[in-house]
Design a protein around this ligand. Structure first.
Ligand code: COA
Length: 336
């Protein structure tokens, strides 16, 4: 058996900064409301007409991660791409990344687990490496939310939260089984699938011909729906459970955590977890203030930033934890 370790990290966010005040030009909201409820001050949205896509942002993050891993792109054995905002309904962006990077015909898998997509993707990559099947797996989380949000007052409960961006990690084989990804823990509860969902492009509720025939501007099913308070209540419980599950599995306690990178759902959720586990500010990394919730990209962006700032050092115990639409949630315990 081998372990997998993160050998390279990268992220990319569009230049275009959208502040809370900018949003007040589009909808009835305020900087005060957004900051008080979510902690978000600004987010990045791709500039309309820039040609930026979920996969193009993913490619930019991936190039940095591959370079930092110190490998040639042709050493990548497999691609895992997590997103809820693919360029096309099908095929998923994994194959676009394969093409854009000019990587030989390796497999490309698309993961549809929304906010926990990166942790799910990491877990899949980890299994492939642990069994010896692959040496280097590229895992990307990328989202282009801004094209799909209802930016009117009707959609303000959702649209102020989400931002665009991408993060990537290269997972590489190591023979030192005391290091790298120690364990991953994945869960779901499909009973709550519609509490945070985007119904319309799916084939389950209505046929495309019905949607075209309706052609109604009032049709909200093309926009994401979120039962915010219900999501919040579930998130704080599941985050706590899945972090403890990972710690227990590795005979660790919350005080052993050197760095917790929670999915950047809402600063209030992260602060709740921090308080519950009695963690200091140095033990938790948040950047939702700058980027909003970038869903599958949020953990790899935050992990890369924390690493770039020297907040993660060799030998550190790093915990990743996510919760989101599905509901799905998960954690990863990493010895750096
Ligand atoms: N600006 C101003 N007012 C807003 C608003 C906005 N952007 N969005 C909603 N409101 C209003 C609502 O219309 C409502 O008004 P009313 O009382 O007159 O009806 C009021 O604010 C309260 O709305 P509510 O939805 O109950 O707010 P909340 O306290 O639950 O906060 C969230 C909303 C979304 C910030 C909060 O529920 C949340 O963060 N949930 C978790 C979200 C999350 O983590 N999602 C990602 C999971 S991966």
């Amino acid at each position: 058996m081998y372990n997998s370790k993160i050998s390279g990290l990268g992220y990319y966010v569009p230049d275009h900064v959208v502040s809370n005040d900018d949003l007040t030009q589009l909808m009835d909201t305020s900087d005060e409301w957004i900051q008080e409820r979510t902690g978000i001050q600004e987010r990045r949205w791709v500039k309309p007409g820039s040609g930026e896509t979920t996969s193009s942002m993913g490619v930019k993050a991936a190039k940095i991660a591959i370079e930092r891993a110190g490998i040639d792109k042709n050493e990548i054995d497999f691609i895992v791409f997590a997103t809820l905002s693919p360029d096309y309904y099908f095929p998923g962006p994994g194959v676009t990344v394969q093409k854009e990077l000019g990587i030989k015909t390796v497999g490309a898998l698309d993961v549809r687990n929304q906010c926990s997509g990166f942790v799910y993707g990491l877990s899949v990559a980890d299994q492939f490496i642990k069994t010896g099947m692959y040496k280097h797996v590229l895992v990307i989380g990328s989202e282009l939310h801004s094209h799909g949000l209802d930016k009117t007052t009707r959609g303000r409960g959702v649209s102020v939260i989400f931002g665009d961006g991408a993060g990537a990690a290269v997972l590489s084989r190591t023979e030192d089984t005391t290091k790298g990804i120690l364990s991953t823990h994945l869960h779901s509860e499909g009973e709550h699938a519609e509490e945070l969902s985007l119904i319309a492009p799916g084939m389950g509720k209505r046929w495309v011909t019905d949607i075209l025939a309706d052609n109604s501007e009032q049709d909200e099913s093309y926009y994401p729906y979120m039962n915010g308070q219900f999501v919040f209540k579930n998130a704080v419980v599941r985050f706590s459970e899945v972090i403890m599950e990972g710690l227990n599995k590795n005979e660790l306690t919350p005080q052993d955590i050197d760095m917790l990178i929670p999915h950047q759902a809402n600063l209030r959720i992260a602060q709740f977890i921090q308080k519950k586990f009695k963690l200091s500010d140095d033990q938790v990394y948040n950047n939702i203030q700058k980027y909003g919730n970038t869903t599958a990209a949020s953990i790899p962006i935050a992990l890369t930033e924390a690493w770039e700032k020297g907040k993660i050092k060799e030998g550190d115990t790093v915990v990743l934890a996510a919760f989101g639409s599905g509901f799905t949630w998960g954690s990863a315990i990493i010895k750096w």
